[in-house]
Design a protein around this ligand. Structure first.
Ligand code: NAP
Length: 311
């Protein structure tokens, strides 16, 4: 019987571990077969406080992981395969890794999300070399560059608008002739002189020596292929929260874990008492390492108070 089980080994999970371990709650982190989350595939992280010269994503995650270990967090490199939060079989919360069953008084979910990918070969090749999934993180590196943004939702328009602060031009490439984004975001983007739209088009290939230099785009109505010179490709076609495990256990909204109560709307409390969620798994909006760490800390403090109340 554990006090706290944390599911997920990214900034939210390890931060929750540091806080709960320092509160003498002996947390267990199931960090999955691959630890670190999305930052493991990021290069320079310039916006995480405390690193004036920036830090590489994998180094940052290795450091946070070590910090959690320093306070005697138990790290288990296994993937959780099932959870049972019904309290029918046991009054505790149940977490399974294959045949192994663990019981806990509180659970913190920090399983993160993945950016939706275009799925073309050259996307992988140029990841970190002009292909990005986060304008807030990487926009700064594209001063006076020509950029394309893929997508037609709120994220694409928000990212495109943000990128005009740095870029000389931003082209939004959308697969249809109508945007999915809210009217407000559409009006804002359409009024921005640096933004152009390329309608009914999909990206077929990204080309360049070592960094992105141009993309080949197909108009799906005419089947014409054209080339667009650019140095940055921002993919903003949505993200997929890692919540399959919780589908019949917790209240979800568009796949994200719903958190907050009537009394405390900003709380990390989920629809099940004793289960808290932190990081991208409950956040479609900010999706930053620092906000994940912040909500990881919140979940830890709330879990600690919940356990105190139980006693
Ligand atoms: P989204 O609403 O699901 O939009 C994804 C967009 O990408 C759609 O336009 C979609 O095209 C396109 N797309 C999807 N797969 C594609 C593919 N394989 N190739 C090319 N295009 C593809 O995702 P989101 O924009 O990330 O927004 C997610 C949620 O966050 C939404 O609820 C949104 O309102 C919210 N959000 C709000 C704000 C804000 O209020 N400030 C900011 C960002 C996000 P189709 O249109 O053809 O489906």
């Amino acid at each position: 019987m554990e006090n706290i089980i944390i599911i997920g080994g990214g900034p939210a999970g390890y931060t929750a571990a540091v806080y709960t371990a320092r509160a003498n709650l002996s947390p267990i982190v199931f960090e999955g077969s691959k630890y670190g989350g999305q930052l493991m595939t990021t290069t320079e992280v310039d916006n995480f406080p405390g690193f004036p010269e920036g830090i590489q994503g994998p180094e940052l995650m290795t450091n946070v992981r070590k910090q959690a270990e320093r306070f005697k967090t138990k790290l288990i490199t296994e993937d959780i395969t099932k959870v049972d939060f019904s309290r029918k079989e046991s009054k505790n919360l149940l977490v399974f890794s294959g045949d192994k069953k663990y019981e806990a008084k509180a659970v913190i979910i920090a399983t993160g999300s993945d950016y939706k990918k275009l799925g073309i070969d050259s996307e992988k090749k140029f990841a970190g070399k002009g292909v990005s999934y986060c304008a807030t993180c990487d926009g700064f590196f594209f001063k006076d560059k020509d950029i394309v943004v893929i997508g037609g939702g709120d994220s694409a328009l928000e990212e495109a608008t943000f990128l005009t602060k740095f870029a000389s031009s931003v082209k939004i490439i959308h697969r249809r002739d109508a945007l999915k984004a809210s009217k407000f975001m559409q009006d804002k983007a359409k009024a921005n002189k640096k933004i152009d739209f390329v309608w009914d088009s999909v990206i077929k290939e990204i080309q360049g020596e070592s960094n992105v230099e141009l993309i080949r785009v197909e108009n799906i109505k005419t089947e014409d292929i054209s080339e667009i010179k650019c140095q940055g490709v921002f993919v903003a076609i949505g993200s997929i929260p890692n919540t399959t495990l919780f589908e019949d256990q917790l209240k979800l909204d568009k796949g994200y874990v719903v958190t907050g109560t009537k009394e405390l709307p900003k709380s990390t409390q989920t629809s099940v008492e004793g289960v808290f969620a932190a990081g991208d798994v409950q956040d479609w909006m900010y999706r930053q390492a620092v906000t994940s760490a912040g909500t990881g800390c919140m979940a830890a403090i709330e879990a600690e108070r919940y356990l105190e109340k139980l006693e």
